[in-house]
Design a protein. Structure first.
Lengths: 696, 298
């Protein structure tokens, strides 16, 4: 199967369908022709049945009229009259009985709720009317030689029955019926509105049976009169082309015809129209198939492009540093990207928040959220230094903007974009802290310089004084009688005191010189601590840096702990920022001293500082004898502002700064260890070679 | 019903005050006992064997008007006057003699009761309620021919009576078919009083049974029998003037009679009377039209 075949497959399928459809049409036409024949036969049979029904009814009415003419009432009257009774004395009551019988028949014999008879007339052989119960005195004049007379204009039928007594004609009984209700009930037309049932007299006059049989034209009536029974003929165009079927009512010369719309029967025009429509249908289906296939492919292509575009937008949205949320006028989230959830520390999928209020994502504490104002007033709200609160209560430093979004269909909504600026805030803090330390360092360096000069000449002078004192003491010691030396003094000291002075002055000067030397060393350490070289990375002696830090911080730990040094004398120089490393060491040493102080253990405690090379790094380990770091907080101690110290004792920034300096700025590591209850152990590893700062 | 009773009680009180000398009327008794007893004879369509009929329905309506219970007391033509008056009636020519004491069983007679002169001496009649006449009837096989009708009733009556000659004639004394009422006694007629029962409906069967050659029959009964025995009997002609039927009361029931007359006028005015006539005697207006001209309903 090559690809072209598959492309053309729908067309082949449509062609096959066309052929199949033509086959079905042919089959349908054959079936339709058969149905048409059956339908015509049914219609002819229905009309014949109506005519038979009407004929049966007329036969029944003839029988009833004959029974009434032979009935006991008329019989009694005729018998009493034959006895010679006069109307005045008895015969009238017999005639009244006849009239009662007629009226009873009129009231009892009905079709539905409508009276069937309009009256009875009894005329004797002389033509005198003896009983007349007609309601409106209308009566169709009986035709000579016929027992049924139709008045087409008034739709009256008059049946005539002879009245005889003992074989002698005594008169006529005429029964007048209203044909309108009779035809309505005996010959109901089908539900189809245009279907009409028409009754015609033998002379071709239409019986006016009200709305059921609207007037037909004279030519149409003539055509019906001349038609043969049981055949279907179509009237001319001028008559609306009704299909006509007629039958002669059995036992009469009346004609009963049904007129139905031409469309009820199929003819050639309808067949041609049907064939035209049916023949055009398959090609139209083929054309529609081709168009549909073309549109489907175009839509599929557009849909793929749209889906790709949507995926790109989603990827972009999910990879932004900024969180984005779209809210509607009711403050419900219509869209939110993944960064928004990540920034706010919410797990789950963005779609889980769609439809939720914006407070399910973030809220602004201590102020009204500006989202609704942005939507209502169309204003853009920007805050570069805000604190957002997540649903779990976490506060996040953030910058946000809220921009209204006008949409004709969706209404006004608002786009909220926000960025986590916690790192920036930390950097700002550290920069500020560093600047403060630099200022302190500069101040300390200045002070050290000012102290160093007098300390230097004090030390020189003390050295000179010591040398001179040694000579003076030797001279005095060489005098046999020291009293002679004291004689010339105005207030001479005692010899004992002189001996004491000669004994104590040398060590006092020696102590002074040691003190001045100590001042010189401290000042030197301060200078080196404050000005480790330059602001750039440079080779740093870590052991020396530790010594300098210990010297600077001695006052903080000397009463609390004894410091044990375990330095690797072969430790290589480390390329680092000396001032920042000093800051790290100072923080760790001060933390160790404070841990020992707060441990409650007997003082002095112990601080052990060791250095060693570990592969390409230098490892500094500072261990104290405090209580160690509880396991529950071991993961959080490097978080900014996290502290376990009491208020005023710490800001929670020390270890965070240490981690920033070691990990971020020098590419090293810092770990907190030790055993809980026995003491903490911080291990700092610094790469020997300079390392690029790590982007966090 | 209670309001009607109160009305009649008030009327009674008024009469007591204004006519202090008058004694109690049957109306007072009827209202007091709360019951109107109707003396009825099974006869034609006035009182049928089934308990309905023209007079039954009229008197039932009258009882409702009075607000009392209606009771049909069946009797016969021989006893009906005695049951009303409590006295037996003995006719001596035109004289009437009342004798004996019998229970009074009813308050009025309404059963196609003809207003005859001798009856007017012993009872009070209401306004006429129905027409009647007495005809001479023969079997169809009788050689006598009917009177053709001259247009003059007296002449027709004489012609009809003349047909009787000395033939046997079936009559029922003390009823409307009493030959004394029509001067048929003393003319050489062979009078056969029917005594097997007091039911007038049995006259035609007795005639056809050969009890007599001829019989008297009143019109209300005759028009029914002409239908029932059509071709077997024939009416030869009238033996009486046109008569009127009415409701009979005791002389002590004048106000009861007046109350009935008021009621009769009321049902004639509102059409109930005509409806009852058409129900029980639909052809009577054609047979005896003069009555309905003389006593129109509206």
């Amino acid at each position: 199967m090559n690809r072209d075949w598959w492309i053309k497959f729908p067309i082949f399928l449509a062609i096959f369908f066309c052929l199949y459809a033509y086959g079905l049409i042919h089959n349908s036409l054959s079936t339709y022709a058969q149905l048409k024949e059956k339908e015509e036969a049914r219609i002819v049979a229905e009309n014949a049945q109506r005519a038979d029904t009407f004929g049966d009814y007329l036969r029944e009415e003839r029988r009833f009229a004959a029974e009434l003419a032979r009935g006991p009432e008329l019989g009694n009257f005729l018998a009493n009259r034959a006895l010679g009774m006069s109307l005045q004395y008895g015969l009238q009551s017999s005639l009244d009985a006849v009239a009662e019988a007629f009226l009873r028949a009129m009231s009892e014999r009905k079709i539905g709720d409508e009276a069937l008879y309009t009256g009875f007339v009894f005329r004797d052989a002389s033509g005198a009317t003896l009983v007349d119960t007609r309601l409106d005195r209308t009566l169709a004049t009986p035709a000579t030689g016929s027992d049924l007379t139709i008045d087409p204009e008034r739709a009256l039928a008059t049946l005539v029955a002879p009245v005889a007594y003992r074989g002698v004609n005594e008169g006529l009984l005429m029964v007048s019926s209203d044909l309108a209700p009779l035809l309505r009930f005996l010959l109901p037309a089908p539900d189809t509105a245009p279907y009409r049932v028409i009754l015609l007299t033998p002379e071709g006059h239409q019986v006016k049976t009200s709305a059921m049989s609207p007037d037909l034209t004279a030519p149409l009536l003539k055509k019906i009169s001349q038609m043969a029974d049981g055949r279907i003929e179509i009237a001319p165009e001028s008559e609306g082309r009704p299909a006509i079927i007629r039958h002669t009512v059995p036992g009469t010369r009346l004609i009963l015809a049904s007129l139905l719309p031409e469309t009820s029967l199929s003819d050639s025009q309808r067949d041609q129209g049907f064939l035209l429509i049916a023949g055009l249908f398959p090609p139209l289906v083929l054309l529609a198939t081709l168009l549909f296939e073309r549109m489907r492919r175009r839509n599929a292509k557009n849909e793929l492009a749209l889906r790709a575009s949507r995926l790109r937008l989603m990827a972009i949205s999910d990879n932004l540093f900024e969180g984005i949320a779209l809210i509607d006028e009711q403050g419900r989230i219509a869209f939110v990207n993944r960064p928004a959830l990540r920034i706010m520390g919410i797990s789950g999928e963005p779609k889980d928040l769609v439809g939720s209020p914006i407070e399910a994502l973030l809220q602004l504490p201590k102020q009204n959220a500006p989202w609704h104002a942005a939507i209502a007033r169309g204003e853009t709200v920007i805050d570069g230094d805000a604190v957002l609160t997540s649903p779990n209560g976490q506060e996040i430093a953030a910058a946000y903007g809220c921009t209204p979004l006008m949409d004709a269909e969706q209404g006004t909504s608002a786009i909220i974009s926000f960025r986590d600026i916690s790192a920036l805030k930390r950097a700002q803090f550290e920069t500020l802290q560093s600047a403060r330390l630099v200022s302190i360092g500069q101040l300390a360096a200045g002070i050290a310089h000012e102290i160093n000069t007098p300390a230097q000449y004090i030390g020189d002078n003390l050295a000179y004084i010591e040398d001179s004192l040694k000579l003076l003491c030797a001279i005095i010691e060489s005098v046999p009688d020291k009293a002679v030396l004291l004689a010339g003094l105005e207030n001479p000291p005692s010899l004992k005191k002189l001996d004491f002075m000669l004994k104590e002055l040398p060590p006092a000067l020696r102590d002074s010189r040691d003190g001045v030397a100590q001042i010189a060393r401290i000042v030197s350490s301060m200078k080196e601590f404050s000005h480790p070289g330059s602001s750039e990375h440079g080779d740093t002696d870590i052991n020396r840096a530790i010594e300098n830090t210990l010297a600077v911080s001695r006052n903080a730990w000397k009463n609390l702990a004894e410091v044990e040094r375990d330095f690797d004398p072969t430790l290589p120089m480390v390329c680092c920022h000396g001032g920042e490393i000093n800051q790290v060491l100072l923080n760790l040493i001060l933390n160790a001293a404070q841990a020992i102080e707060s441990s409650g253990k007997p003082l002095p405690g112990r601080i052990n500082i060791s250095t060693r090379q570990s592969n390409d790094a230098v490892e500094i380990r500072i261990t104290d004898s405090g209580n160690g770091i509880p396991a529950a907080i071991r993961d959080r101690i490097f978080d900014p502002f996290f502290t376990t110290k009491s208020v005023g004792k710490g800001s929670g920034q020390g270890l965070a700064i240490c981690r920033n300096v070691v990990v971020v700025k020098h590419g090293g590591t810092i770990e907190a260890g030790g055993i809980e209850g026995e003491g903490a152990c911080f291990t700092v590893r610094l790469p020997i070679e300079a390392s690029l700062p790590v982007e966090e | 019903m209670k309001a009607v009773k109160l009305f009649w009680a008030a009327l009674l009180l008024l009469n007591t005050v204004t006519i202090t000398s008058s004694r109690a009327d049957d109306l007072d008794d009827v209202l007091a006992k709360g019951e109107l007893r109707h003396l009825g004879i099974a006869y034609a369509n006035f009182v049928t064997g089934a308990g309905d009929g023209l007079d039954v329905e009229i008197i039932q309506g009258f009882a409702r008007q009075l607000g009392v219970k209606y009771t049909l007391v069946r009797t016969d033509f021989y006893s009906v006057v005695r049951d009303l008056l409590g006295k037996d009636v003995l006719r001596k020519g035109d004289d009437i003699e009342l004798s004996g004491d019998f229970p009074i069983r009813g308050d009025l007679i309404a059963s196609g009761f003809t207003m005859l002169p001798w009856r007017s001496k012993i009872v009070l009649f209401s306004e006429p309620t129905f027409p009647s006449q007495v005809w001479l009837v023969a079997p169809a096989s009788s050689p006598l021919g009917p009177t053709a009708g001259s247009g003059v009733l007296a002449r027709d009556i004489e012609e009809t009576k003349g047909k009787i000659g000395s033939r046997s004639l079936l009559v029922m004394e003390r009823t409307c078919l009493d030959p004394a009422n029509y001067a048929l006694k003393g003319r050489g007629i062979d009078l056969h009083a029917y005594t097997r029962s007091s039911n007038l409906n049995e006259m035609v069967p007795a005639l056809l049974n050969g009890d007599a050659e001829l019989t008297l029959l009143d019109v209300p009964d005759a028009i029914l029998d002409l239908r029932k025995w059509a071709g077997k009997i024939k009416v030869l002609g009238p033996v009486s003037d046109e008569q009127e039927l009415a409701v009979a009361f005791r002389h002590s029931g004048a106000r009861l009679r007046d109350a009935f007359n008021s009621y009769l006028q009321a049902i004639k005015a509102d059409g109930r009377y005509d409806a009852l006539i058409d129900k029980y005697y639909p052809g009577i207006r054609n047979t005896l039209p003069n009555f309905f001209i003389k006593h129109p309903s509206h």
